[in-house]
Design a protein around this ligand. Structure first.
Ligand code: PEP
Ligand code: MN
Length: 271
């Protein structure tokens, strides 16, 4: 791949991204939580449940890039304040999306990891701004993007001086309609041979179907992913955003256990 200077695999070894006491790229990391911060009760109860089930970090959107301008856009600052409370309650670091370069500085006060969503993967001014922040960045693959384009976007962030980029495969758009996207698991070993950056998988947005999430999560582990990001909510009846792909805490707990077991089995097999 041409033009990659900083994201490319080199002699310095693989990047480990520190997020509080979590080290992404070393061992297996599970990020879980609601699609969207909808209320304080929902977020804190979900945080407690995913922590109990073994999650390492809490996800939840306060700014939502919705396909329609009339859809719920997230709680904004109020959502970030709720995430801060959930962190105080559980100790889980917060992964949350930033959608505008003007918000990067102040959102960084609430976020432990800044998520760049699939729709913003090639928002170059946003990439440059998170590249100048002191927070790790979770860079989701654009739904219409090649692996090369995705790595070039990581390069934008690294080039601004932020070395802490985590890649996230979340599925790409194909002719298949049964699933929301098509999970391109080949990107996981491809990233491993091209780059030193950690790569995690989001089977929730990749499939759009809760029933498919556990199997795809295990497949991601088998493909060599450094972790998972999974949508989980305490009360599915009340969920306003991405309900069909959201797991209950019980389903998540079973999936996390199996995922960790498989990771350990694979680590032992590779010794
Ligand atoms: C999300 O993780 O909340 C999200 C919107 O995902 P994506 O950007 O991958 O669609
Ligand atoms: Mn979602």
């Amino acid at each position: 791949m041409t033009n990659l200077k900083l994201a490319t695999l080199n002699d310095s070894g693989r990047t480990v991204v520190p997020v509080d006491s979590v080290r992404i790229g070393e061992g297996f990391t599970i990020i879980a939580g609601p699609c969207t911060v909808e209320s304080e009760e929902q977020t804190i109860e979900t945080a407690i449940a995913v922590k109990k089930a073994g999650a390492d970090a809490l996800r939840g959107g306060a700014f939502k890039p919705r396909s329609s301008p009339y859809a719920f856009q997230g709680l904004g600052l109020k959502g970030l304040q709720i995430l801060k409370k959930a962190k105080a309650e559980t100790g889980l670091p917060i992964v949350t999306e930033v959608i505008d370069s003007r918000d990067v500085f102040w959102v960084s006060e609430y976020a432990d990891v800044l998520q760049i969503g699939a729709r913003n993967m090639q928002n170059f001014s946003l990439l440059k701004e998170v590249g100048r922040s002191n927070r790790p960045v979770l860079l989701k693959r654009g739904m219409n993007s090649t692996i090369e384009e995705w790595l070039n976007c990581a390069e934008y962030i690294l080039n601004e001086g932020n070395p802490h980029v985590i890649l996230c495969e979340r599925g790409i758009r194909t002719f298949e309609k049964y699933t929301r996207n098509t999970l391109d698991l080949s990107s996981v070993p491809a990233i491993k041979e091209l780059s030193h950056l950690p790569v995690i998988v989001d089977p929730s947005h990749a499939s759009g179907k809760a029933s498919l999430v556990p199997a795809l999560a295990l497949a991601a582990v088998a493909a060599g992913a450094d972790g998972l990001i999974i949508e989980v909510d305490i009360d599915l009846e009340k969920v306003r955003c991405d309900k069909e792909q959201t797991l209950t805490p019980t389903q998540f707990s079973e999936m996390a256990q199996k995922g960790r077991n498989l990771y350990q089995f694979m680590a032992a097999a590779q010794q």
